[in-house]
Design a protein around this ligand. Structure first.
Ligand code: GLC
Ligand code: MG
Length: 575
C-alpha cells in the first residue's frame, strides 16, 4: 500500500504522492478510443461499418482530442462473434475492406497524429480457419494446435465430455468432432476453438501474428480474453460457485480455478511484452499492450508483471463497471478508486474504463444524468483514459428483442435469459447526426438497428448546442494536458454519503477538484478536508444539467450541489 491513511470520522482519505517530473510516454497521456468497426461508419452502404468509414471519421476523433484508437477485430472472420472468431489473423475481412484500406487508415491516422492499436485475439480461432481444418485431419504441425481430448463414458456407456467446464456463452466448453473422435475446447462459442499454448508451434505462430502487424506499423495491441490462454493439464472439474442466480449451464455456475489465470498465462504475456519491447528498441517508439483481464484484483494486478519481466503496460481497470452502479454511494466510489490505486504495483500506471462493447452503456448503467460525472472520473483520475465509441455523446443502450438479437451470448441464453447476456444493446451504430440512420449508413437495413433516440441524441446536435456531453468531454480531454492531471497527487474524499470528491494537486500548478453528487437530493458539503485547495474555486466545466457555467465561483467550505450535479473546479478562471 502507498501513501498515508488518515481516518477522519467515517471517511477515508489518502494522499498519493505526485509522480516525479519526467517525460510521460504517449500511452500514458493519451486517451484510448475504442472503435467497434461494425458500428462506427459504413462507407459502402451494406449496413455494416468498415475501414474506409473509420478513415472518413478520424477527423471527429482529432476534434475530440483523442490520441489513440483501438480497433476491435478487423480480420477475416465468419462473424459468429462479430470478428472475435478469426479465420485468418493476418488479413482484413472483406466486410471491413482490404489491407490497402488498412494502410490508408493508418496513413490518415499518422497525418492526424493518432496512434493505432489493434485487437489481438490469441485464445481462439474460428473453427473455419485453415489451422482448425488441418488440425481436424491431424495434419502436422496443426495436429496439436487446439485442445483436443478423448471422451469419457458414463455408467451406461454414453460418450460424455472430459469434465464439467463451461463456455462463457453457455453450455459445455467441449464440442465433439467425429472426424478425430475427440472433443475440442471452446471457452466461448462452439465456433471459437481454443488454441493450445502448450504447442510450441502455436506460440511461434501467434508471435508471428504480432510481428506481422508490428511490421505494418501498428502502435500496440489490446489483448483479448487473456485469462483463458491455459487450462489445467489434469483437466480437473471446477468447483461450483454457489452463485444463486446462475443456471447450471451458465459459466457463473462454476469457479474458474482450472481454466483462468494459470501461472503460464502470465509468462506468455511477458513473452509478448518482450516482443513489443524489441520493436521499441529499434526506434524508441513504445508499442503498448493493454490486457483484457476480468479477474479478482490480485490476479489482475499480477498482469502488470515485475520490474524485471513486465507484463502488460496495463491490465484494463474494469472496477467502475464491475463494482459500482447507479445505486452506489460515495463510500463505495472511494473504495473502488482505492481498490485499483492501492493494489497497483509501485511505479505502474493506472487506467479507468467505463464501458466497452461487452458492457451496457454508462448512460444505462448509471443513468444519463451521471454521464458527465463518469467521464470526469475516467479522464481526471491518475492514469490513461479509455473511451468506448459513443460515450463522448452519452449514447444509451437500445432495446433489442430476442428475435432481433444477433449476439451469440444473447442467442444461446434463450428468450427468457437473453437480456442478462446480450451485448447487442451497447453495440448499435454511432449516432452522427439526425439524417437517415443517424448518418451511419445509407442501407435500408443496418446490422443492428440505430437507436431511435438518434434524432435528439447525436454528435452534430451536441456540437451545435452551447452545452452538451460532447463539449464536456472535449474540455476534459483538454484538461488532461495539464501537468496537474498528468502528474499531480490524488486525494479522494467522500464528502457525504452521496457526494464523492477528489483533488489533483501538483506543486506550483493549478489544482483540480472534481465533485459529484451521486444522489437524487440536493446536497450541502464542504471540501475542507482536501489538502492544498484554496477557499475560492471556480467552475471549469459542469455536467450538462448543472445551473453553473464555466467561471462561476464556488467556495470550498460551502458547496450546494443539485441532484447528480458534477463539477470540475480549479483556482483560476482559465487554465
Ligand atoms: C472478449 C471480447 C468479447 C468476445 C470474447 C471472445 O471478452 O471483448 O467481445 O466475445 O473476448 O473473443
Ligand atoms: Mg460497410
Amino acid at each position: 500500500m502507498k501513501g498515508i491513511w488518515v481516518v477522519v470520522a467515517l471517511t477515508l482519505e489518502v494522499a498519493l504522492a505526485a509522480i516525479p517530473e519526467e517525460t510521460l510516454d504517449w500511452w500514458q497521456t493519451s486517451v484510448f478510443y475504442q472503435v467497434y468497426p461494425r458500428s462506427f461508419k459504413d462507407s459502402d452502404g451494406d449496413g455494416i461499418g468498415d475501414l474506409n468509414g473509420i478513415a472518413d471519421k478520424l477527423g471527429h476523433l482529432k476534434d475530440a482530442g483523442i490520441g489513440a484508437v483501438w480497433l476491435s477485430p478487423i480480420y477475416k472472420s465468419p462473424m459468429v462473434d462479430f470478428g472475435y472468431d478469426i479465420a485468418n489473423f493476418t488479413d482484413v475481412d472483406p466486410i471491413f475492406g482490404t489491407l490497402e484500406d488498412f494502410n490508408r487508415l493508418q496513413n490518415r491516422a499518422k497525418e492526424l497524429g493518432i496512434k493505432l492499436v489493434l485487437d489481438f485475439v490469441p485464445n481462439h480461432s474460428s473453427n473455419e480457419s485453415d489451422w482448425f481444418v488441418k488440425s481436424l485431419q491431424r495434419i502436422d504441425p496443426y495436429t496439436e494446435y487446439y485442445v483436443w481430448v478423448d471422451p469419457k463414458y458414463d455408467a451406461e456407456g454414453n460418450r460424455i465430455p472430459p469434465n464439467n467446464w463451461l463456455s462463457e456463452f453457455g453450455g459445455s466448453a467441449w464440442e465433439w468432432r467425429a472426424e478425430r473422435q475427440q472433443y475440442y475446447l471452446h471457452a466461448f462459442a462452439v465456433q471459437q476453438a481454443d488454441l493450445n499454448y502448450n504447442s510450441p508451434y502455436v506460440v511461434e505462430e501467434m508471435k508471428n501474428v504480432l510481428r506481422f502487424w508490428l511490421d505494418r506499423g501498428v502502435d500496440g495491441f489490446r489483448i483479448d480474453a487473456v485469462p483463458y490462454l491455459f487450462e489445467d493439464p489434469e483437466l480437473r472439474d471446477e468447483p461450483l460457485s454457489g452463485k444463486p442466480d446462475a443456471l447450471p449451464s451458465e459459466s457463473q455456475y462454476l469457479t474458474h480455478i482450472y481454466t483462468q489465470n494459470l501461472p503460464k498465462t502470465y509468462d506468455m504475456i511477458q513473452q509478448w511484452r518482450q516482443l513489443v519491447d524489441e520493436k521499441k528498441a529499434e526506434d524508441g517508439q513504445t508499442r503498448v499492450l493493454m490486457l483484457e483481464t476480468y479477474a479478482p484484483i490480485d490476479k489482475v494486478m499480477a498482469y502488470y508483471g515485475s520490474e524485471e519481466r513486465p507484463g502488460g503496460h496495463f491490465p484494463f481497470n474494469f472496477l467502475l463497471i464491475s463494482d459500482l452502479n447507479k445505486d452506489s454511494n460515495a463510500y463505495a466510489f472511494n473504495e473502488t478508486v482505492h481498490k485499483w490505486i492501492d493494489n497497483m504495483p509501485e511505479g505502474r500506471w493506472a487506467n479507468w474504463v467505463i464501458g466497452n462493447h461487452d458492457q451496457h452503456r454508462v448512460a444505462s448503467r448509471y443513468g444519463p444524468e451521471l454521464v458527465d460525472g463518469l467521464n470526469m472520473l475516467a479522464q481526471l483520475l491518475p492514469g490513461s483514459g479509455i473511451t468506448y465509441n459513443g460515450e463522448e455523446i452519452g449514447m444509451v443502450d437500445a432495446h433489442i428483442s430476442f428475435s432481433d438479437t444477433v449476439d451469440p451470448a444473447g442467442r444461446n441464453a434463450g428468450p427468457e435469459r437473453y437480456e442478462l447476456f446480450s451485448r447487442d444493446p451497447e453495440r448499435t451504430p454511432f449516432q452522427w447526426d439526425d439524417t437517415f440512420n443517424s448518418g451511419f449508413s445509407t442501407s435500408n437495413r443496418t446490422w443492428l438497428p440505430v437507436n431511435s433516440n438518434y434524432h435528439q441524441l447525436n454528435l452534430a446536435a451536441q456540437k451545435e448546442a452551447p452545452v452538451s456531453h460532447y463539449k464536456v468531454y472535449q474540455r476534459l480531454i483538454e484538461l488532461r494536458k495539464q501537468p496537474t492531471v498528468q502528474r499531480g497527487s490524488l486525494q479522494t474524499y467522500p464528502a457525504s454519503e452521496k457526494v464523492f470528491a477528489f483533488s489533483r494537486v501538483l506543486s506550483g500548478k493549478i489544482p483540480i477538484v472534481v465533485v459529484i453528487n451521486l444522489g437524487s437530493e440536493t446536497e450541502h458539503v464542504n471540501l475542507d478536508a482536501l489538502a492544498d485547495i484554496p477557499e475560492n474555486l471556480v467552475v471549469d466545466v459542469a455536467s450538462i444539467y448543472s445551473s453553473r457555467v464555466a467561471g462561476a465561483s464556488v467556495s470550498r467550505s460551502d458547496i450546494t450541489l443539485d441532484p447528480k450535479e458534477a463539477l470540475v473546479l480549479t483556482s483560476a478562471s482559465q487554465i
